[in-house]
Design a protein around this ligand. Sequence first.
Ligand SMILES: [Zn+2]
Length: 254
Amino acid sequence: MKISVSVGEFPLNVSLNKVLFRASDIVDGVELFWGLRPVFFKGVYKLLKENKLRVLSIHQPVWSMFGLFKDESFYQKAQKFNAQIVLHPPLNAELNSNKAKDYFTYHSRMSKKYKVQVSVENMPKTVRVAGKLIHYHKQFQDPVVLVDKVCSKYEFGLVLDTTHLRLAGRLGRLNESIIMPFLTNIHLSDFRGKKDHLALGKGDLDLKEFTEMLRDNNYHGLVTLELSAHFFYFGDYAGDIRDSVLQVRKLLKR
Ligand SMILES: [Zn+2]
């Protein structure tokens, strides 16, 4: 199991340098997520090198998520770093639509072309982008359906996001037997009410039970701390990441 932390252009009021510096001795690498400025990458490589951190996964950039244009450059980056790719299901489309089929077929082709692992993430019901609500079909909210209808068909892995699923502990024995063999990455964060992607221990997630499930199933993939995908973070972001990673490490060691 590798412990990773999601880093990107958000939150805007946080110093990436400080986050990486404080996490560098306790994480194995990072997941990169960007979307506003392609130049983001230039600065981040330097910081990763200085902090001796590897890129373990690359989140599909925002313009690809919204289908604005087809972009192969993040596949090239993933190949270069030997990193896996995190893919969101298509917006405002249902599983059996041509839009969804075309979308998954394209990414399956890219995955083979660049020889990189692509994993699909379970989504919440809606996300708000620039004041607009965007919907994910019910099928894309359920990791069991994703495994059954998408991952096994297109040879994708699964990214399990605890906040999106509102997962408070274990998945349940039946679901574990279906989901765990496909699981390559966990987007780990806490949640409470409408608040999501919180630091661990600040919400309803029973981390002890969750990490027990990982150990019982001999999980070998990534555990990626994903706190706050929001524009601003009110609090000590670097400190909350460090504290969350240490909680996970302690529980996994037992
Ligand atoms: Zn996520």
